[in-house]
Write a protein that binds this ligand. Structure first.
Ligand code: SAM
Ligand code: SF4
Length: 469
């Protein structure tokens, strides 16, 4: 009999990728995905430890799930609760003690072991325990990538593909090197065969993922290591893949070869997420970012020379320990000079076990909040300006999902803007399906004229079709 699994994903795109792979690992064992935890036999919380209150959020979710579990047990049915991801890696043992409703704890590197862990949990349950106690947060030598079953179907023409994990940079604020471990790159052959499987199932756009994606150095067949630039060229050669993105990059690893990919490889989309975190040299040094603001400007200049329409995105942390008003002004100045198309910004939150968490000179909460509000005002203004400049332009949009209004589909522009396209009024038929003319456009690349710009999305009108890859 088929069983149901509900996976709740917190945090970054890497967790989205991991959640999809966990679903794949479980499928041959009879588990179908469920939209809700209510009817699930197994609930997995795939957690993120990057910012504050991560563990608290997980505990309160466990509290809610526990009620389901008790109700199901009263009806004689089993329900298992598993905690996966970075909170599990960092605080799993503690979690098992504090939350007895949790049956399993698995770190980001061990989810291929889920079926075995479930068996063990079931055996413990059969032996009369209310909850099982199964935990695996190792960093095994052979990686999860060596054990993953082939993906089933993809629900979206744009997919993530993890090529690199972990990090050796040790920024003073960041838990990633501790929760995801040392840098590891998949081999070129492994990545290409996954890209080929995706293309064969209708995927058109791939975002190559890594905590530090441009530090990629995967083994090639000849035994040499390929950098990200070579890998992007190899993925671009896969039949059917017409759009490639990559994230997240570190400014120090943005070499000339990779910069030139933005000029030379058509499939490489004109969008780059290149976090700088701060515009102050003093804070950059304290963060152990290992580059200066001038280094960053030099990289941006080269990128813009290679691809003048490049949309830039970034991450910022305000209120890092020791950040003065002047340091913060330096960040605003950097933002004014770079003018991001969009960006993410956060208040610094001390993460247990990281060097910055023990610095005494912490910035008061109200100062952090005021700085964040000022920074976000500026970033939003720039985002609106970038979007306004798109009005009147024609772009290829990959339509990925239905909008809220009938006949509306939503897709992404080359610059990663969300574009709402009203297809009910469009008179160009891509498919012969006359009853629902717009459904034929789903998952397709279409030519769209941008007619309106908001801060977070654009509106466009269909003007034509594009040859499908
Ligand atoms: N590897 C990327 C890099 O080098 O920038 C980003 C990794 S991290 C998963 C994503 C973002 O979370 C970071 O760029 C940073 O802005 C933010 N972040 C990480 N640790 C943080 C902390 N302790 N407090 C606030 N924001 C944090
Ligand atoms: Fe964290 Fe990124 Fe720094 Fe690595 S490079 S420690 S992932 S912020």
């Amino acid at each position: 009999m088929s069983k149901k699994v509900f996976i709740k994903t917190y945090g970054c795109q890497m967790n989205v990728y991991d959640s999809n792979r966990m679903a794949n690992v479980l499928k041959p064992h009879g588990y179908e995905m469920s939209e809700s935890s209510d009817d699930a036999d197994l609930v997995i919380l795939n957690t993120c430890h990057i910012r504050e209150k991560a563990a608290e959020k997980v505990y309160s979710e466990i509290g809610r799930l526990k009620k389901n579990k008790v109700a199901k047990a009263a009806e004689g049915n089993d329900m298992f609760i598993a905690i996966a991801g970075c909170v599990a890696q960092a605080e799993g043992a503690e979690m098992m003690k504090r939350a007895p409703a949790v049956d399993m704890v698995l770190g980001p590197q061990t989810y291929h072991r889920l079926p075995e862990m479930l068996k063990e949990a079931q055996a413990q349950r059969d032996a009369g325990r209310n909850s099982s106690r199964v935990m695996d947060t190792e960093f095994p030598v052979d990686t999860k990538f060596d054990h993953l079953p082939e993906e089933s179907d993809f629900d979206n023409p744009a997919q993530f593909l993890t090529i690199q994990e972990g990090c050796d940079k040790f920024c003073a604020f960041c838990v990633v090197p501790y929760t995801r471990g040392a840098e590891y790159s998949r081999s070129v052959a492994d990545v290409i065969s996954e890209a080929e499987r995706m293309a064969a199932k209708g995927v058109v756009e791939i975002t190559l993922l890594g905590q530090n994606v441009n530090a990629y150095h995967g083994a090639e067949e000849q035994g040499e290591a390929a950098g990200l630039a070579a890998l992007i060229k190899a993925v671009a050669a896969v039949d059917g893949i017409s759009r490639i993105r990559y994230t997240t990059s570190h400014p120090r690893d943005m070499d000339d070869e990779l910069i030139n990919v933005h000029r030379d490889v058509d499939a490489c989309m004109p969008y780059l997420h290149l976090p700088v975190q701060s515009g102050s040299d003093k804070i950059l040094a304290a963060m152990n970012r290992q580059h200066t603001r001038e280094d960053y400007f030099a990289t941006i200049d080269k990128l813009r020379a290679a691809r003048p329409d490049l949309a830039l995105s970034g991450d910022f942390i305000v209120g890092f320990p020791g950040e003065t008003d002047q340091d913060f002004e330096d960040t605003l100045d950097l933002v004014r000079r770079v003018k991001y198309a969009q960006a993410y910004s956060f208040k610094y939150s001390p993460r247990p076990g990281t060097p910055a968490s023990t610095i005494e000179e912490q910035v008061p909460e109200e100062v952090k909040s005021a700085r964040l509000a000022r920074l976000q005002d500026l970033l939003e203004q720039h985002q609106q300006e970038f979007n306004d400049a798109s009005v009147g332009m024609e772009m290829d949009i990959l339509l990925e999902r239905e909008g809220k209004q009938a006949g509306q589909l939503i897709g992404r522009s080359p610059y990663l803007q969300a574009v709402h396209v009203d297809l009910q009024t469009a008179d160009i038929a891509l498919d012969a399906d006359r009853d629902t003319p717009y459904s034929g456009y789903m998952d397709k690349l279409v030519r769209v004229k941008i007619v309106e710009a908001g801060q977070r999305s654009l509106k466009g009108e269909l003007v034509g079709t594009v040859p499908q890859p």
